[in-house]
Design a protein around this ligand. Structure first.
Ligand code: SAH
Ligand code: SF4
Ligand code: F3S
Length: 440
């Protein structure tokens, strides 16, 4: 078979990173080799995100670049896969710049779609599935250092938060057979990996049932953590309405489950939470935080926040600032609300917070988080952490970097260790983004 080269750009969340690895695996069976050089590619794919309008605008920009590449080498194929493919479907073909449109559940058909493409005959598959989890596919890892890998444990989302496009682009929630998950993790350990991150839109609603019984997320987390005590286990994303006492207690019972929970709050106002259809209240959320802190005082808590959702008032915004302060988030991803066509919010509520007000509120949120992040890092000065080395630091070749269990980035002078080693460090000082450490 001729060598054919596949180049993929990945946008959006970790789920897309994991899907790109699945695509490489599927395509490898059909003779496509991975390349990171676009000028060598026979197929160029963009694995896309629709979560906010600016994510999609970026892809239109990339399409121009791909079109230039195609002008020079007319035989090549350009494809849009992932969430934007699912959301826009045939409309993506209008530009004349796209040969393949494939949604998140149709990656097994990519080789045949590529085979069928002819000039003027683009191919499309955007069928969503209730079963597809790619459980049997061994991903081609694309991480840089062979230390840390993503493992997808479920797909889709059943929550229908009113602002969110994901349920439409990824379809119904379905969990992956736990035995295939454990098998994949065992193989990663055998290949030298030291850290896995279990991925799902709402990992707390993971559920599998078969002859041997029921497996919920806490059970799965224990199974994965017990594969090897020197394997670090992380997971994302938890939903505040579903994160259970059992899960928090399971984390606390195993030192190799990392002390960091991503628990997106979105807003601190009950009125906004109701309108967002998050199905928890501020009080409930703070109760979950209290439980986490009780079981694991050293556990980092990180979050996502949306500024300027429909009808948000100054008071609603202040409630968001005050819950941030109350929790003292270690890290946050912060966004302005971006209306997504077809969502409950787009159909029912006007996007009525003025753009400059959204921006101002977002800036206040970011400013507060910068302070909270710095305060959180200052609390760690003087502490000793075990760090999993990722490689040389960005600043200096004489320094290594890696993360502590709480997911904070640590840098320290070290010429001895290498990626994948565990080292003990003491925190000497910090910036808002990094803990400056020394080996102990
Ligand atoms: N499943 C996860 C996150 C999914 S998307 C969860 O439920 O938390 C990641 C983040 O993008 C969300 O947490 C939310 O903060 C943000 N987001 C989603 N839709 C958005 C929109 N329409 N506008 C702005 N931010 C959005
Ligand atoms: Fe979107 Fe809500 Fe599902 Fe997260 S839980 S993916 S925010 S619908
Ligand atoms: Fe984006 Fe799809 Fe992930 S919309 S955030 S790539 S699930």
């Amino acid at each position: 078979m001729d060598n054919k080269y596949l180049y993929i750009e990945t946008y959006g969340c970790q789920m897309n990173v994991s899907d790109t690895e699945v695509i490489f695996s599927i395509m490898a069976k059909h003779g496509y080799q991975r390349t990171e050089d676009i000028t060598k590619a026979d197929i160029i794919l963009a694995n896309t995100c629709s979560i906010r309008d600016n994510a999609e605008q970026r892809i239109y920009g990339r399409l121009e670049v791909f079109a230039k590449e195609k002008k020079q080498r007319p035989g090549i194929i350009v494809g849009i896969v992932g969430c934007m493919a699912e959301r826009l479907k045939e409309a993506l073909l209008d530009s004349g710049k796209v040969d393949i449109v494939a949604g998140p559940d149709s990656y097994r058909s990519l080789p045949s779609l590529a085979e069928a493409v002819r000039p003027g005959q683009p191919q499309i598959n955007v069928l969503l599935s209730h079963e597809e989890t790619y459980a049997d596919i061994i991903p081609v890892r694309t991480d840089k250092n062979g230390v840390s890998a993503f493992v997808s444990i479920m797909r889709g989302c059943n929550n229908v938060c009113s602002y969110c496009v994901v349920p439409y682009t990824r379809g119904a929630e379905r969990s992956r057979d736990p035995h295939t998950i454990v098998r994949e993790v065992c193989k990663l350990v055998a290949d030298g990996y030291k850290e896995v991150t279990l991925l799902g839109q709402n990992v707390d609603s993971y559920f599998w049932k078969d002859e041997s019984g029921n497996v919920d997320f806490a059970d799965l987390l224990a199974m994965v953590a017990d594969v090897n005590p020197s394997l670090r286990v992380r997971f994302s994303t938890s939903h505040p309405k579903d994160i259970s006492d059992k899960l928090i207690e399971t984390m606390a019972s195993r030192a190799n489950i990392c002390r960091c929970i991503h628990l997106p709050v979105q807003s601190g106002s009950d009125r906004m939470l109701e309108k967002m259809r998050r199905r928890y209240t501020r009080e409930w959320y703070l109760g979950r935080v209290a439980k986490i802190r009780k079981e694991m005082p050293d556990c980092a808590i990180t979050t996502d926040i949306i500024a300027g959702f429909c009808s948000e008032t100054e008071q609603d915004h202040k409630d968001t600032l005050s819950i941030m302060e109350e929790v003292g988030y270690d890290y946050a991803y912060m966004f302005q609300y971006s209306e997504r066509p077809g969502t409950l919010a787009a159909r029912n509520y006007p996007d009525d917070v003025a753009p400059q007000v959204k921006t101002r509120r977002l800036n206040e949120i970011i400013e507060l988080q910068n302070r909270l992040g710095l305060e959180s890092n200052k609390r760690d000065v003087g502490k000793t952490f075990t760090v999993l080395v990722e490689g040389p630091s960005k600043r200096s070749a004489d320094e290594l970097c890696g993360r502590a269990s709480n997911n904070k980035m640590c840098v320290f002078p070290d010429k001895v260790h290498k990626a994948g080693d565990y080292v003990s460090v003491k925190v000497l000082s910090c910036t808002s983004a990094t803990l400056i450490c020394e080996l102990v």
